[in-house]
Structures are given as C-alpha cells and as structure tokens.
Design a protein around this ligand. Structure first.
Ligand SMILES: NC(=O)c1ccc[n+]([C@@H]2O[C@H](COP(=O)([O-])OP(=O)(O)OC[C@H]3O[C@@H](n4cnc5c(N)ncnc54)[C@H](OP(=O)(O)O)[C@@H]3O)[C@@H](O)[C@H]2O)c1
Length: 285
C-alpha cells in the first residue's frame, strides 16, 4: 500500500538543510528515505519520526552508489520527491587544489546527483508525476576567488537541472533548483577542515591575494546575520507542495548582494563589481 503523500528521498539528511527538509517532509506525511554517511544521525531522525527510513551511504563510493540506485529503481512505490541535497566544498585558488580533491567533489556534488536522478526517473515517468529539487548555490551563478572547484560543481548542477526541466516536463515531472546564500550549517566547518591551512602551503605570490580577499570577506560578513537551514527547508517544501513551482528559488545572504548584480550586469561589469567586492581590484603582486 502507498504512503499517504508518497515516497521522498533526501540525500545529505544527516545535517543542515537536508536534515531539516527530511523532518519537514516526514511531518507532511511523506515516507522519507534519508541518506548520508553518518548512520547514527539518520537513526536519530527515525526516532523522531517513524516516517523516516535511514539509508547510510557514502556517495563518493561508486559500488555503494550503484547498489543504492539499484534498490531505488526496484521500489514497489517509486520515489516521487527527490531532494538532491548532499554536498560539500573545498576552497583554494585553482593552482592550490589537487585534481584528486576536485574529482571527489564532482563525485558527490554532481555525479551522484545525476546517477540518483537517473535511478528515480523511470518510477516518476511511470507515475507521470514527480518533483526533483537540486541544491545548487548562489555560486552556481557566479564564482568568487577560492570557490572555483566548488562553484564549478554547482554551475554544472544548474546546467543539468535546466536541461532536465525541459526534458521531463512532458511527463509531469518538475525540476527545481534551489540556490542558498550563506546558511549556518556544518558546511563551513567541513569546508575549513577539508581545506586546511591554505596560507601555509601556497606559493608566496598567492599570500597577498588570499589576505586581501580574506579581509574583504571579513568586512562583508561582519554585518550579516546568517540564517539557519529552516529558511531553505521552507523553500524546498514550498516548491514540493506547490501546484506550479518556480524553476529556481533563492534565499540567504549574498542573494541580494551578489546574485542580484550577477543577473543584471554584463560579464565585464560583473568582473569589475566582484574585483571591488573581493578586495582584489587594486592589488598588484
Ligand atoms: N550552508 C551553506 O552556506 C550553503 C550554501 C549554498 C549551498 N549549499 C548546499 O546545500 C547543500 C546542503 O548543505 P548544508 O549547508 O546543509 O551542509 P551540511 O550541514 O554540511 O550537510 C551536508 C550533507 O551532505 C552529506 N554528505 C557530504 N558528503 C557526503 C558523501 N560523501 N556521501 C553521502 N553524503 C554526504 C553530509 O552527510 P555525512 O557527512 O553524514 O555523509 C550532510 O548530511 C549542499 O549541496 C551545499 O552545497 C549550502
């Protein structure tokens, strides 16, 4: 027998935006498959709400991902709501980030998202309905210094989402992109931990670049109130429950400050705008 609202899958449900979204979907009556690596965190969610089914997985492990997708594709009640949320960042100038780290970033932020989407689509086509929400970021529309590899994964998520939206619209499947600004979750700590001390390992040429950028960002953030994940979970629920969701939803700091100008300015003007914002405009090394 089907669940009251249907079956949802949330990746990255052990923390932040994914955890809040899994809770909210379960409260709305969806049966939620909650996935992430930290099983104990997923079990806590199940204790809160029996509508949440924990499914531990490391999305960077191709064998685990294959098994998971196989399971999804043979569910008797297909997933009708897919929240592709799992993701992380590493920081650093392009010269300072190894290709191995960049590949791992793409495995989780992009390739797993594509693979899981492919596993869910046949079921959604059978149902002739479904909602796929892909977590992009404001940096899915513009990179800032040190965000190149992470922003590249999110630019790719934007492209995949835009193409998919058109492809599956004829089957009644809706594809939504969500672009958070800066949100208070474990995301920042994880990025700091994975990045390590950039200044100690970079070439001396880059030190003034990192320092000028760090100072400019410090100023930019000093007046910002950083919201928690609820603001994004609210948007995701709004999209899922809407009869006609928007193609994209944005919220949080940096949406007005930088995404707004990105949408209005031509490329050269935006480069000038960002050079000023990031403190690098007059820097000569
Ligand atoms: N917070 C922000 O400022 C912000 C801004 C823009 C966009 N976003 C995007 O929003 C999404 C959610 O981020 P968040 O802020 O909620 O961060 P978070 O609190 O760090 O949560 C990230 C989630 O992804 C999961 N994850 C990471 N690597 C994984 C892997 N290899 N296998 C399986 N699961 C993995 C984590 O679970 P485990 O560690 O348990 O595996 C965790 O549940 C991400 O796509 C992020 O890029 C965040």
């Amino acid at each position: 027998m089907g669940t009251p609202r249907g079956k949802a899958l949330v990746t990255g449900a052990s923390s932040g935006i994914g955890r809040e979204t899994a809770r909210r979907l379960a409260q709305e009556g969806f049966q939620v498959i909650a996935s992430a690596r930290r099983k104990e965190r997923l079990d806590e969610l199940t204790k809160e709400n029996q509508n949440i089914i924990p499914r531990p997985i490391d999305l960077s492990d191709s064998r685990q991902l294959e098994e998971f997708c196989q399971e999804i594709s043979i569910l008797s009640e297909p997933v009708s709501v897919l929240i592709n949320n799992a993701g992380f960042a590493i920081r650093g100038a392009i010269e300072d980030v190894s290709l191995v780290s960049i590949r791992r970033l793409f495995e989780v932020n992009l390739f797993a998202l594509i693979k899981i989407t492919q596993a869910c689509l046949p079921g959604m086509r059978r149902l002739r309905q479904g909602t796929i929400v892909n977590l992009s970021s404001v940096v899915g529309k513009f990179p800032y210094p040190t965000s190149g590899p992470y922003a590249a994964t999110k630019h790719a998520v934007e492209a995949i989402s835009d193409a998919l939206r058109m492809e599956v619209h004829p089957f009644g499947i809706r594809v939504v992109t969500v672009r958070p600004g800066v949100i208070a979750t474990e995301f920042n700590d994880t990025a700091n931990q994975l990045t390590g001390d950039l200044l100690s390992r970079t070439d001396p040429d880059y030190k003034p670049v990192y320092q000028a950028y760090g100072t400019a960002m410090g100023k930019l953030f000093s007046n910002l109130v950083i919201p928690g994940p609820k603001i994004i979970a609210d948007l995701i629920l709004e999209a899922v429950l809407s009869d006609s969701p928007k193609a994209a939803y944005c919220a949080g700091p940096m949406v007005e400050e930088i995404l707004g100008p990105r949408m209005k300015l031509d490329d050269d003007s935006f480069f000038q705008f960002m050079s000023e914002k990031t403190g690098l405009k007059d820097l000569k090394v």
